[in-house]
Design a protein around this ligand. Structure first.
Ligand SMILES: Cc1ncc(COP(=O)(O)O)c(C=O)c1O
Length: 394
């Protein structure tokens, strides 16, 4: 099998046989002409059910995440919602860490309980606590986000997958922050990987999308609505049945993002390491959270299961007011939600990306600032953050 970078550039990207175009054309057609009323199993029929541009992209995603297949969705949250519905039934519980993206937290806290599904929060760093939670809740799914958003907490995918499988549960890993360049959860024992492709995979702040990638041979305990017990088959059936498909242009944008993913995330992580180290020297900053710092509580796990530490850094100041002020005082880093793009962003999670959890028992810390490091020169970013900190304290 060709190497990772080769696959990132080549899989699903063969030149167009008709014209020789080295970038395959985007198939925008909503419907396809049939030879007969039944169509043919190897031909397209209608773009909600299948589309060549989407299929090429899904093939590349599956290859990079070492999965048996991938399904693309219109957003990361839509991928999560669909998965949860396929993997659980009313009455089932999901185990999830304390620190996860607030959109995931919002869905778990308010939407799933309306349908009889519940979430139980545990510390993923404590395997005994996870075991006890399985004993008490008989959870069907272990939901890991590692590194987590916004505190960059690390979960040991291999150890936790072993525990979850002892209890017959599925392991889902949100790999948005790490990307398959730095971490491949299926190789570590996870069952399903999800992404907000809005972030590093799209990579340019011009795409909203999600994806789920499946380990081989995943089987539901009963036949699903599709009449099959195969999870990938059931998710595809479900997606077509409820119509949660990404458009061809979004699929194409994300697939284009995969071609440069390796160099983008490597550069971003190298810069983030330098920025994080520089921030530890700033006296006004009380705490820097970055997995690449040896002082980070998850550093050892990160060094073991990731080949790079990613491009997101969080840091804490002395008060919420100062954290807000710093977030509003950079000139180069833009005040905006999201991450994973060429331009660096700064945000105040408590009142921005994580505002929906502010009133719950799992809010983002209110003195925390989050940075999404992009592709600019490290010196410029460091100077900009330091001037913002100095301005806030003036
Ligand atoms: C870790 C993580 N997972 C999932 C999502 C949700 O993805 P989307 O915004 O594409 O729906 C986000 C969004 O910020 C995220 O950061």
């Amino acid at each position: 099998m060709p190497g990772f970078s080769t696959r990132a550039v080549q899989v699903g990207q063969a030149s167009d046989p008709l014209t020789g175009a080295v970038v395959p054309p985007i198939v925008l057609a909503s419907t396809f002409q049939l030879d007969g009323i039944e169509g043919a199993p190897d031909r397209y029929n209608y773009s909600r059910s299948g589309n060549p541009t989407r299929d090429r992209y899904q093939e590349a995603l599956a290859s990079l995440e070492s999965g048996a297949g991938a399904v693309a969705f219109p957003s990361g949250l839509n991928a999560e919602d669909t998965l949860v519905r396929v993997l659980t039934r009313p009455g089932d519980t999901i185990l999830c860490g304390h620190d996860v993206y607030a959109g995931t937290g919002r869905m778990f806290t308010w939407i799933l309980p309306r349908e009889g599904r519940s979430t139980h929060r545990v510390s993923m760093a404590n395997l005994d606590e996870v075991r006890t939670a399985f004993e008490e809740t008989h959870a069907r799914v272990l939901w890991l986000e590692t590194p987590s958003n916004p505190l960059l907490e690390l979960s040991d995918i291999e150890a936790l997958s072993t525990v979850a499988h002892e209890y017959g549960a599925w392991v889902v890993v949100d790999n948005t922050f790490a990307t398959p360049v730095f971490q491949r959860p299926i190789e570590l024992g996870a069952d399903i990987v999800i992404h907000s492709t809005t972030k590093y995979i799209g990579g340019h702040s011009d795409h909203v999308g999600g994806a789920a990638i499946f380990a081989p041979d995943l089987h539901l305990p009963d036949d699903g609505l599709s009449g099959s017990d195969d999870v990938l088959h059931e998710v595809r059936w479900w997606q077509n049945a409820i119509g949660s498909v990404p458009g061809a242009f979004d699929s194409w944008l994300a697939h284009r993002g995969l071609r440069t993913l390796v160099v983008r995330v490597q550069r971003s992580a190298a810069t983030a390491q330098r920025v994080a180290e520089a921030l530890t020297e700033v006296p006004q900053i009380s705490q820097v959270w970055y997995p690449g710092l040896p002082t980070h509580p998850g550093h050892d796990i990160a060094a073991r299961q990731m080949s790079g530490f990613g491009g997101v850094i969080s840091f804490e100041l002395d008060s919420p007011e100062l954290a807000r002020k710093v977030s509003e005082s950079t000139q180069l880093l833009r005040l905006a939600a999201s991450l994973g793009a060429a331009e660096s962003l700064i945000e105040y999670p408590y009142a921005m990306t994580h505002a929906s959890m502010a009133s719950t028992t799992n809010p983002a810390p209110d003195k925390l600032v989050r940075l999404a490091i992009g592709l600019e020169d490290p010196e410029d970013l460091i100077a900009d953050i330091i001037q913002a900190v100095e301005k806030a304290y003036r």
